[in-house]
Design a protein. Structure first.
Length: 136
């Protein structure tokens, strides 16, 4: 009886139940991040055909995956290949905003708005950069 009492510590029993719960729920399982396949597919498209549109798709895939520096580089590559698309500048602005690089973001948004003054997403991103820059 004494040996059995040694193994029925209520704290250890509760910890074991919690551990089993997390294992069953799969919280300790290693899984592929949901955006990784999209990033890999976009990277493949750029490697196969390095067009401005493919770099823009890659910038968006990186942005969605939270890879903001990579997103900014891909958006810059899209702009280098076709500097006449306002959305490419807007995507660069969004990535720079997320990095806290508000001066660079503002410059990109201004370029977007020179190409398309009615691009509402660029207006919103510019306003976001201005408001966050003012807080610093």
């Amino acid at each position: 009886m004494r040996a059995a009492a040694r193994y029925t510590n209520p704290v250890l029993a509760a910890m074991a139940v919690v551990l089993v719960f997390f294992i069953v729920r799969g919280l300790f399982a290693v899984s592929t991040p949901p955006d990784l396949p999209a990033v890999r597919a976009a990277e493949k498209r750029v490697n196969d055909a390095p067009t401005a549109a493919n770099y823009d798709d890659l910038a968006l895939a990186y942005y969605t995956a939270g890879r903001m520096a990579d997103s900014a580089r891909a958006a810059s590559d899209a702009i280098a290949l076709d500097p006449n698309v306002a959305l490419y500048f807007n995507n660069l602005c969004a990535a720079r905003n997320s990095l806290g690089e508000f001066d660079a973001a503002l410059a990109a948004c201004e370029s977007a708005l020179k190409l398309d003054p009615t691009l509402s997403i660029a207006i919103n991103n510019r306003n976001w950069a201005l408001s966050h820059k003012a807080r610093r």
